[in-house]
Design a protein around this ligand. Structure first.
Ligand code: NDP
Ligand code: HSE
Length: 440
């Protein structure tokens, strides 16, 4: 067997600790698969005194991860600190500048600096591997970059944030509050250090930007992703979705259109019968629509120490075996610039929940404003408001009641214009709720 492959692990939190344990536990099969003995020679974290339940004997400790990245007995730096700037970025840059391979799970770093880091890796002739950065334990990077390289991809979409899917699942099944579910997700190690990254959709946007680059051969453009999180989803929307034959998921969608590639993250109504609607809890799923294979869906654990370590260790084994691939599937000089598509141009079905004043002519007024813009309604649902009915048997009370519309395909610009006209007519008691529908 040739020389050992020596790892410097920067970050010993949820993922880093699991990686160190897995490398020890799987030493023999990893050596057999990669042809090299893989061992951790250096580690770094902030707090040296913390008991991490790890055997770190024979391992050098670095308070400074940049110094670890430059250490002479490290061949490959495993960056598991997190964050798009600061120590994570400095560590990866130092490693690449020193001609060391890098394996990371850091989607934020790649979303903002992926192209320049890929260029640095290319110049140094080393690997920049990041299987764990998207959908945790699902080998989706390999699938897109290698497994589907003969295909033209038209759409890639998925549930890319375990925390959001966990929260939406528990809210739907148990009727719990958003806050209680988020607390549990944090305790289980799924959430980011700043959980607004999860619930406001930014973590999904980071992952989507990476998938878009791989699927469409474009330079990463995270600022071109339109982002909406789940904090505005109400229990009533989950109930209405159920009644109308849908579930609500936070999806990241990248889709080739005539205008360019749409990149969007938003709560989405998906048909209850679709594969993606069955994905519950912290599980992630990625669906690829491509010309040769048709539709392909990968489902698996998207977060958590062990599942994420599984992807990190797979990258380590590849790099140890000498596999150095272009970071985003092709040399950085061949990545096309991304063309941004405004959300106003997005065309699809919409769920619209209006809170209207209960009185004659309101539903007709809403329908008129929709019809004026050629928006066709697929279903309309109005719940009986028992309080309003009791106060006025003629239905003229003016009390707020929900009116839910499902539209056929229309552009977002037209839908928003119709809603503005409805609001200007004084028909609304509250701002409307709008959720996009994604059909399989
Ligand atoms: P944690 O917050 O659990 O761990 C972060 C680690 O980085 C800690 O060990 C911390 O040290 C260390 N650290 C922070 N700052 C420094 C610094 N200046 N110098 C040295 N070490 C530092 O994060 P996770 O393990 O959850 O996440 C790591 C990465 O993996 C992130 O990029 C995340 O997005 C990604 N990821 C996480 C998943 C998950 O399920 N958790 C899933 C997929 C990807 P100390 O322990 O002393 O505080
Ligand atoms: N916070 C992320 C999630 C971790 O909940 O999916 C995995 O990237």
């Amino acid at each position: 067997m040739s020389q050992s492959f020596r790892l410097g692990v920067a970050g010993l939190g949820t993922v880093g600790s699991a990686v160190v344990r897995m490398i020890a536990r799987r030493a023999a099969p990893l050596a057999a698969a990669s042809g090299r003995d893989i061992r951790v020679t250096a580690v770094s974290a902030r707090d040296r005194t913390r008991d991490r339940k790890l055997d770190l004997s024979g391992t050098a400790w670095f308070d400074d991860p940049v110094a670890l990245a430059r250490a002479s007995d490290v061949d490959c730096v495993i960056e598991l600190i997190g964050g798009s700037e600061g120590p994570a970025k400095a560590t990866v840059e130092a490693a690449l500048a020193a001609g060391k391979h890098v394996v990371t799970a850091n989607k934020a770093l790649l979303a903002y600096h992926g192209t320049s880091l890929a260029r640095a890796a290319e110049a140094a002739g080393v690997a920049l591997a990041y299987e764990a950065a998207v959908a945790g334990g699902i080998p989706v990077i390999k699938a897109l970059r290698e497994g589907l390289s003969g295909n033209a991809v038209s759409r890639v979409y998925g549930i890319l944030n375990g925390t959001c899917n966990y929260i939406l699942t528990r809210m739907e099944r148990e009727g719990l509050t958003f806050e209680a579910c988020l607390k549990d997700a944090q305790a289980l190690g799924y959430a980011e250090a700043d959980p607004t990254f999860d619930v406001e959709g930014f973590d999904t946007a980071h992952k989507l930007a990476i998938l878009t680059s791989l699927a469409f051969g474009t330079a990463i453009d995270v600022d071109g992703v339109s982002v909406e999180g789940i904090s505005g989803v109400k229990p009533l929307d989950l109930l209405m979705a159920e009644e109308l034959g849908y579930r609500i998921k936070l999806l990241g969608v990248a889709q080739a259109t005539e205008a360019g590639i749409e990149q969007r993250v938003h709560p989405t109504m998906v048909p209850k019968s679709s594969a993606i609607a069955q994905v519950m809890g912290v599980t992630n799923a990625v669906t690829v629509d491509a010309d040769a294979v048709g539709e392909l869906t990968l489902i698996g654990p998207g977060a958590g120490g062990e599942a994420t370590a599984s992807a990190v260790v797979a990258d380590i084994a590849d790099v140890a075996a000498g596999l150095v691939r272009p970071t985003f599937g092709r040399p950085t000089g061949q990545l096309r610039p991304a063309e941004r598509v405004e959300m106003q141009r997005h065309e699809g079905g919409y769920y619209i929940r209006l809170t209207v004043h209960d009185r004659p002519g309101v539903a007709a007024g809403v329908a008129t404003r929709m019809a004026e813009r050629e928006i066709s309604l697929e279903s309309i649902l109005q719940r009986r408001n028992t309080r309003a009915a009791a106060s006025d048997p003629h239905g003229r009370s003016g009390q707020p009641v929900p009116l839910v519309l499902i539209t056929y395909a229309a552009t977002e610009g037209t839908i928003r214009a119709a809603l503005e006209a409805i609001a200007a007519d004084g028909l609304l008691a509250e701002a409307p709720q709008l959720i996009r529908i994604e059909r399989d």
